[in-house]
Design a protein around this ligand. Structure first.
Ligand code: ADP
Ligand code: ZN
Ligand code: ZN
Length: 751
């Protein structure tokens, strides 16, 4: 179907993405017009010829047709970098459901001026006495500004440029003149360009193993022969995946290509960065959340102009506009942070594959615990799968014990520490080795309920239970609502209002009580408000300022502590009880990662997994460090339930001020899905729409906004895209007020 109207943005280098203008597509251009193409259009009153970008196409227009102008011509200079970015934005909009505006904002960096791009300083180049002489000459010639500058420099070897300019009122021309005379030197220091300061390159390379070399060669051979594809490198932490990435990127860079390296922010450690810097020096840049918008924009500019070859960063680094992209590496491919939580709710894996295909570039995914999606695609032959052998070097995999907490209680042990964990912990304390205790849950206590009547303390604005914190407050983790913890039940007045005690603070308190004199550090969302506090805790632990680190899942990622020989998982099944089809996968990943923290140095490690469900397949296979065993059971379950990756699933979330309106809109929308299903021919078994809901979301209200959700499943992703398009069209026609709709394909979160 050819579209008849095009949205054109005239100036995309503007501060904000400009408002699009609609134009008619002349018949003879209908083939040549698609998002990303540069066009000539008549603009403004005088119809001056302007260049713009097509960002969207449509069949209908809100304007009177006779008033619409036509596109004059297609610019024949081909697709520009910006054009490519618009194409990606358009793909995001279609594939994940969002406005074009939101998609463009995701892809194009906000153009912002750098406040303090550079710091200039003035450095003395002559001995002080000589400067004094020159100063005297200046006085004689009544060059007072020069004399002032020289006097200041005679006292101080280095002065900030701004001080001379403003405080001493010396003009740039004067400073330049003095520079010519050889009195001083003006130096420019970039403040952030190299977030990691580094001298010296890699001293000696590791000798790659045959396995590593085979992977690198295979990827590059495909690339050179124009068969670039997607590769999944499956190997435990420490098996040498990063060396493989480095090898591939090095060869790509050697061919004049660029590389994007995605690493989840939480795993972006100093050690990893250092390895990239040592290999690629100044040609590497890093994007992370601590950079300002201006700094991010500058990185993008440098990438575009060819100043750098490699960019490292989280999800958003994907949109770095390299002119000759050769490879996208995605480490820890299974991480849920690769899925955007705001619209468009894109997944970095699929988006990387799309971007790479536009450049004929390769995508290299790596993980110790691949997502069910990636492994499934690899098994089906869509990705090439490489299995790495075990850990590099001598360090052996840790020994894992699973402890049944029900059994502990039967034996009269009411402590949060099982007897096995306690025994091993004591040994560590005696030996001066470190322990990490991991709890997949934040806060001091979970919900507070009445043991007499069952009343649960809930947030008045959100349908979630409040969490008890040690400062005597009950806090809502969704909206931040707080109230003072009462002594008596508000429903029945009994005094048996109790917290469910299993939080990091409570573990910390129990440690101090049961192991007098122990040194504990705690790390969770409450103690790590800022990036600095996060790093401070980690470095204190690395420097062995504590015996035990207690924390939520943020402690299990990426960090190497050679002196940690024991890892305890306090309640492994807490994450199994989420009402979410990925709970088993997430639990397996967390446990495997946690276990991987033990024994990274030359001492062997041990792991204790405490659980109420020791027979659950996620726990059994994690304890045996058996990914394939886990995958087989997991995929059988997904297949049975038609969950992704076997089928695809679209979650539609309706957010509304009024509860009834939200339910009504959800019903109307599900009627459209039913209608679509009636019209579509069922081609084969299992190629059918399945509709679940609508229902109140599991968190039915947040901040007084009601949430309803329904799910649509189908084997064919594009069928879901078509359904989404129809739903979008319907909602557009309704001109929703106090209501909004969000689409989420193959969601990683529950609603
Ligand atoms: P991963 O990314 O899978 O965690 P790394 O690439 O970081 O693994 O490798 C783990 C450690 O083993 C690193 O210190 C790395 O330098 C070392 N290493 C990797 N490959 C080799 C090799 N072929 N020879 C010697 N050491 C290696
Ligand atoms: Zn009560
Ligand atoms: Zn709340």
């Amino acid at each position: 179907m050819t579209k008849r109207y095009a949205d054109v943005i005239i100036d995309i280098s503007h501060e904000k993405v400009d408002r699009p203008f609609q134009y008619k597509i002349p018949e003879e251009l209908s083939e040549a017009i698609f998002p990303g193409v540069r066009v000539h259009v008549p603009f403004g009153k005088g119809n001056t010829d302007r260049i713009g970008y097509v960002v969207d196409l449509s069949d209908c227009t809100d304007y009177p047709i006779e008033k619409l102008k036509s596109i004059a011509a297609v610019d024949d200079r081909g697709i520009t970098v910006e054009g490519g970015q618009i194409q990606i934005a358009y793909w995001l909009k279609r594939q994940y459901g969002s406005t074009m505006y939101a998609a463009l904002k995701t892809v194009l960096p906000a153009k912002q001026k750098l406040k303090q791009l550079e710091k200039k300083k003035v450095v003395r180049c002559m001995p002080s006495e000589m400067l004094r002489e020159v100063q005297q000459q200046c006085f004689r010639k009544h060059q007072v500004a020069k004399a002032r500058a020289l006097g200041a420099l005679a006292e101080e070897e280095v002065l900030p440029y701004e001080l001379l300019r403003q405080k001493l009122n010396v003009s740039p021309a004067t400073l330049q003149a003095l520079e010519k005379l050889g009195c001083l030197r003006i130096e420019t220091e970039s403040l952030y360009r190299n977030p990691v300061k580094l001298t010296g390159r890699e001293e000696k390379r590791v000798r790659l193993s045959d396995g590593q070399r085979a992977i690198i060669e295979s990827v590059l051979e495909d690339y050179k022969e124009g068969r670039s594809g997607t590769y999944l490198v499956h190997g435990v932490t420490g098996s040498g995946k990063t060396e493989v990435y480095l090898g591939i990127i090095e060869q790509m860079v050697g061919m004049g290509k660029q590389a994007i390296v995605l690493i989840p922010e939480i795993a972006l450690t100093y050690q990893t960065l250092l390895r990239f810097y040592k290999r690629f020096g100044d040609r590497v840049s890093v994007i992370n959340s601590t950079l300002s918008k201006g700094e991010k924009y500058d990185q993008v500019r440098r990438a575009k102009s060819g100043e750098i070859d490699v960019i490292i960063g989280p999800r958003s680094a994907l949109f770095t506009p390299f002119p000759n992209l050769g490879v996208i590496v995605m480490d820890e491919e299974h991480e849920s942070s690769y899925k955007s939580e705001s619209m468009p709710k894109y997944h970095a894996r699929e988006t990387a594959i799309q971007i790479a295909s536009m450049h004929n570039a390769s995508v290299v995914l790596g993980s110790a615990t691949p997502s069910a999606e990636a492994y499934y695609r690899a098994k089906k032959g869509e990705y090439k799968l490489f299995e790495m052998a075990g850990r590099h070097g001598n360090s052996v995999l840790p020994k894992v014990y699973t402890v049944d907490l029900r059994e502990e209680l039967k034996q009269g042990n009411r402590s949060v520490f099982s007897r096995k964990l306690r025994e091993l912990l004591e040994r560590r304390l005696q030996a001066g080795e470190q322990t990490m205790l991991f709890l997949n849950r934040r806060g001091y206590a979970g919900f507070v309920s009445c043991r007499a009547c069952g009343h649960v303390m809930k947030c008045p604005h959100c349908d979630v239970s409040l969490s008890e914190h040690r400062n005597g407050m009950l806090i809502c983790h969704y909206c931040g609502y707080e109230e003072v913890r009462r002594a008596n039940c508000p429903a029945c007045g009994s005094k048996y209002l109790m917290g469910f005690k299993a939080g990091t603070e409570q573990i910390e308190a129990a440690l101090y009580k049961e192991f007098p004199g122990v040194r504990v550090l705690r790390m969770d969302a409450d103690t790590t408000g800022t990036k600095e506090s996060y790093e401070k805790i980690l470095s204190a632990f690395a420097n062995e300022k504590a015996d035990i680190l207690v924390g939520t899942q943020m402690i299990v990622k990426g960090h190497d502590f050679p002196n940690v020989t024991l890892v305890g998982v306090l309640a492994a099944d807490l994450s199994l009880n989420q009402n979410d089809y990925r709970a088993g996968e997430r639990t397996f990943q967390l446990l495997t990662q946690a276990a991987g923290r033990a024994g990274r140095g030359d001492k062997p490690g041990e792991v204790v997994i405490q659980t109420y469900q020791p027979e659950h397949y996620s726990i059994v296979h994690a304890a045996n460090q058996d990914y394939k065993g886990f995958y087989e059971e997991e995929i059988a379950y997904r297949d049975l339930m038609r969950y992704p990756p076997v089928a695809h699933m679209l979650a539609v979330l309706v957010v509304s001020r009024e509860q009834d309106e939200g339910m009504a809109l959800s019903r109307e929308m599900t009627d459209i899905v039913k209608e679509w299903r009636r019209k579509s021919e069922v081609l084969a078994a299992g190629q059918d729409v399945q509709l679940i809901g609508p229902a109140e979301a599991s968190v039915g209200r947040i901040n007084d906004w009601y949430r309803h959700v329904f799910y649509v499943k189908h084997e064919d992703y594009q069928a879901l895209v078509e359904i989404k398009d129809e739903l979008e069209l319907y909602c557009k026609g309704k001109e929703l007020k106090n209501q909004s709709v969000q689409y989420d394909f193959d969601p990683v979160n529950t609603y």
